[in-house]
Design a binder for this molecule. Structure first.
Ligand code: FES
Length: 349
């Protein structure tokens, strides 16, 4: 007769019993083990853990051995490792400043009351008073130093969006905000030295920049490839950060124009997926942006045996942007210079 219950051991957290076919997360919570989680539907990635021995069914991720506990069904005795992340908490905040970074991305700075803690790449739920909650990934500053107690968001303006359309109108500096988090599994693991491949499209650059910034603070000569896509040259609002990246000795930036109608002589056209470096086992890949792009990056990473982390991101609608000449020049001129000098910050595939 097959066994009906199994023993699950979590490194440094104890053990619990699980019924055959029960999800790992349900079994843990029923036993009073507080595993990190949020959506319980396989979306947020907060419950990601590593199965070091035993077998589960379902819940697979792009990294071999890593599963989503809310989706993985227990099929044998298990040993698992749960990575420690800051606890999910609720904080009060106020809008400190709002500034347009491009025609459809706004920078919103929040002054948080209390010691808010999160890891580079995680995301938070933000509720501007009087508006529905939205999830955003805080970012490092594109320019200038980090400021303690400030959360920086890069928010894509969605046509008729309840929240993004109100930025700078009903939502002004001083507006009250509730921040809950942090969530997500696509955060930078400290202490690693493997090559990082960071892939972003549009405002998905926010967590990618946060990860790159933290990785370079930890190890300035780490090998990092950043592949970033935007619809048109004027959408490269992250140009100041790209400039900061190319100053590091082993960092390569590949900028890609997604819209073939808006060609630029120095920028390759296509999806960031078309311009990934050749991935290899040991690479650690992070992707954020349009779901189709993220999915495709995950498939390439999986085929190469690389680890891949990605959290959900819902793009806005109708983001047609006009050509912003001064900004376009600010992006294109450095790219031309880099190409002429043969620097590693190439924009070619
Ligand atoms: S709780 Fe499992 S993915 Fe969100």
């Amino acid at each position: 007769m097959s066994r009906q219950t199994f023993q699950v051991e979590i490194a440094d957290m104890g053990s619990f019993r699980a019924r055959a076919g029960e999800t790992l997360l349900d079994a843990a919570l029923m036993s009073g083990v507080d595993m990190p989680h949020d959506c319980r539907s396989g979306t947020c990635g907060s419950c990601r853990c590593t199965v070091s021995s035993g077998s589960v069914e379902g819940g697979a991720t792009d990294s071999p051995g890593d599963v989503l506990a809310c989706q993985a069904k227990v099929m044998s005795d298990l040993q698992i490792v749960v990575e420690e992340t800051p606890p999910v908490e609720s904080f009060s905040a106020t809008v400190k400043a709002i500034r347009d970074l491009s025609v459809d991305v706004a920078k919103v700075s929040l002054a948080v009351k209390g010691p808010f803690e999160m890891l580079p790449g995680q995301y938070v739920q933000v509720r501007f008073a009087g508006f529905p909650a939205r999830c955003y990934s805080p970012s490092a500053p594109l320019e200038g130093p980090l400021e303690r107690g400030v959360i920086r968001l890069q928010i894509k303006r969605v046509r008729n969006g309840r929240v993004s359309s109100a930025l700078g109108r009903e939502i002004q500096p001083g507006h009250k905000v509730k921040v809950i988090g942090p969530y997500g599994s696509a955060w930078l693991r400290p202490g690693q030295t493997n090559r990082l491949v960071l892939v972003a499209s549009g405002a998905g650059f926010a967590p990618i920049w946060s990860i790159a910034h933290a990785a370079l603070c930890e190890m300035p000569d780490r090998e990092i490839v950043v592949v970033v896509g935007a619809n048109s040259v004027s959408d490269f609002y992250m140009a100041p950060a790209l400039w900061r990246l190319v100053a590091f000795p082993k960092t390569q930036v590949i900028s890609v124009l997604r819209n073939a109608d808006r060609r630029h002589p120095d920028l390759p056209v296509g999806s960031p997926v078309d311009h990934l470096p050749a991935l290899r086992p040991g690479d650690i890949v992070y992707a954020c942006g349009a779901p189709r792009m993220v999915e495709a990056v995950g498939a390439v990473a999986r085929a190469a045996g690389a680890a891949c982390y990605a959290d959900p991101f819902v793009p806005g609608h109708g983001s047609a942007a006009g050509f912003w000449e001064p900004f376009a020049r600010a992006v294109a001129a450095p790219l031309q210079m880099l190409r002429r000098s043969g620097a590693r910050a190439s924009t070619t595939a």
